[in-house]
Design a protein around this ligand. Structure first.
Ligand SMILES: Cc1cc2nc3c(=O)[nH]c(=O)nc-3n(C[C@H](O)[C@H](O)[C@H](O)COP(=O)(O)O)c2cc1C
Length: 293
């Protein structure tokens, strides 16, 4: 519940104006939160000049008072930071501290979610990463074999079931792309088996991954982006593994291994470690496709 301390409330109405679900009224010159349509977004807490609003559910000790020095980033620096970010595929043989992983998750936790559902969950895999790696690689290999078999029998557009795998239906346009993936996934597995240390083309020998799950893809996706930037700020590198996501979604055994909760989907997999590569500059990109109306 959101609660107003009426001793502190001055009845200034700032919370009323800010409340998107219109759950606050002024009674006897004091704010009253009905807690009926409230989505617990906390705007009433943040906007109150008298600090009169609190939540009985959330930890109020983590609410921070604003000051310009600690809460602003210069725009060009932020843009440079975003431009210099790279997908990392060379990692040092060095552990990532648990505190850093938790700080990365903190960046996800404070990223907005649709309707403030806060429906994003995080699965950190470190100790059991070798076990998971081989499960993913062998799933990708099986997926590759299925796609190749389907493309040979001309039914690649159909939902394909093989062993325990559930593969999404593919359109004709996707089939050429999937064929390329299929060959790659098969060779990734074979090369890893031949020389695991030299040929980890899934996690690139990174020591940790964080799997992001959510009810809404957009919320999990936004959280993932904040997490990547936080990881970079901590001196770490990240690779988003789309291969991981495809394999995990297709294999129930992997979903069970990860303990993905009912109603949640795997949105992203952040492969995390200390980069063993140095970049001297940013990269060029296509011009932005922008329409003004
Ligand atoms: C959703 C998503 C999935 C990706 N999946 C993979 C992957 O499975 N393997 C990989 O090596 N790179 C993967 N990447 C990295 C992209 O190839 C990379 O972002 C792109 O080439 C641009 O490079 P940059 O991130 O350094 O700017 C993925 C990136 C995103 C955003």
């Amino acid at each position: 519940m959101m609660i107003v301390d009426i001793k502190k409330c001055t009845g200034c109405r700032k919370c009323v104006a800010e409340c998107f679900p219109r759950d606050i009224e002024i009674i006897n010159q004091k704010a009253k939160i009905r807690n009926i349509s409230c989505i617990k977004c906390g705007h009433c807490i943040a906007v109150c000049p008298a600090n009169a609003v609190y939540s009985s559910e959330y930890d109020m000790s983590e609410v921070k008072n604003y000051n310009q020095e600690d809460f602003t980033i210069e725009a060009d620096k932020l843009l440079n930071f975003i431009k210099f970010r790279r997908s990392i595929r060379q990692f040092k043989n060095q552990d990532v501290e648990d505190e850093k992983l938790l700080k990365i998750i903190e960046a996800g936790r404070f990223t907005p979610t649709g309707s403030n559902l806060q429906d994003v969950s995080y699965i950190i895999v470190k100790k059991r990463l070798p076990e998971l790696r081989i499960k993913i690689l062998s799933t990708l290999k099986q997926m590759g074999e299925s796609y190749l078999a389907a493309s040979n029998t001309q039914d690649g557009g159909q939902q394909t079931q093989q062993n325990t795998l559930t593969l999404p239906a593919t359109t004709t346009a996707q089939q050429a792309l999937y064929k390329r993936y299929a060959e790659k996934w098969i060779s990734m597995y074979d090369e890893y088996q031949a020389n695991p240390q030299a040929n980890d083309r899934l996690f690139f020998n990174a020591p940790a991954i964080i799997v992001v799950t959510a009810q809404a893809a957009i919320s999990g996706g936004l959280a993932s982006t904040s997490m990547e930037l936080m990881a970079n700020a901590l001196g770490l590198g990240v690779l988003f593994s789309g291969y991981f996501v495809r394999a995990a979604r297709a294999n129930k055994e992997i979903l069970e291994f990860l303990g993905v909760k009912e109603g949640k989907d795997i949105i992203s997999c952040l492969v995390i470690g200390y980069p063993k590569v140095r970049y001297f500059r940013t990269v060029p990109r296509k011009k932005a496709d922008v329409t003004w109306k």
